[in-house]
Design a protein around this ligand. Sequence first.
Ligand code: ADP
Ligand code: MG
Length: 397
Amino acid sequence: MNKKTLKDINFENKKVIVRLDFNVPIENNKITDDTRIKAALETIKYLQNHNAKIIMLSHLGRIKTEADKKTRSLSLVAKKLQELINHPVIFINETRGKNLETAVNKLKAKDLLLIENTRFEDLNGKKESKNDPELGKYWASLGEVFVNDAFGTAHRAHASNVGIATYIKDSCIGFLIEKELTMLNKVVINPERPFVAILGGAKVSDKIDVIKQLLTKADSVLIGGGMAYTFMKALGYKIGKSLVENDKVDLAKELINLGKDKLVLPVDYIAAPEFKDIKGTNTTDQNIADNLMGLDIGTKTEKLFQDKLKSAKTIVWNGPMGVFEMNNFAHGTKAICEAIANLKNAFSLIGGGDSAAAVTKFHYEKKVSFISTGGGASLEYLEGKDLPGITAIKNKN
Ligand code: ADP
Ligand code: MG
């Protein structure tokens, strides 16, 4: 990796701006999952141990109206972080101004300061999300070094990542981004073979580029989930009322020609008359009757996919095999979890928010090698795209 990391920089007594991903779910004024805050601790503690004065930034949800500010303040995060790290956190309920500047100038080594939700600036002409140069410059002026450790937004060029990185003297990536890149590179650069990719989820259109890219890199690409039916339609099978993107059928044909026998499609389905958590029926072949919709892969497909996974040394999985949120259509997704859990000496990477949620829901999170914390960012990296939030960071000398 040619980007500077924490170990490449001297932080002693410097004002260090750190972009973290504190975009946690909040319900009824309570944080319901603090995984992301915990994931940020290693970098924060390292900076404290190296006597930095720490100025933290993050976004939280989207801010479209003044009312959104009430439910999307980082004040709860400040409290939670203070608890988890066992050190006071100074919270500034503004994104700029005198108060903030005075507090920053008073910071001593090891102090922690958290600025309010960066997207509060989006009410002001989308300054954060459109990477307004004046805002990036202003935030950069608060410190001497920038650390980007927000992997989840690394695929976006915002003022709080790319903007600050552009206007500051020195910068590096934090431990979380470093880890994500190390793991993703095991898939992207010289993967151990056989390399099997599993793609599913709702729509082909979300994942065209990653399917194309993986067809050139992987030994097998297994397709399940809602996206499978557009491929089945392209092959002339009956798909009943299943999810389909009619404007992507030609593209699916192209991918089928491109992939040849690398591309593995389902051979049966669990289908039901409605999109409801009711017991479905296993189809006898690839066809689905007119009054039914496919909501999970069938038992023959589970076996077929498990068989393909048996000898795999590298696995990347993005997108559930069925509507796993409903008990009756979770079996296919669980079968993939099980197949990965049974592998020895294989590297498995789970990308995609819903796939990660499924793995955790079915308690396989310790049985896979790595679950990426950034769905969109990991997808774009697998597509071979640059992540602007990382590109903007200084290279190692
Ligand atoms: P990820 O977040 O892992 O990238 P996606 O967002 O692409 O995954 O897709 C996840 C969604 O796809 C889930 O909510 C799941 O219910 C839905 N899905 C999976 N299979 C089907 C299907 N056969 N019909 C409709 N929706 C499906
Ligand atoms: Mg999703």
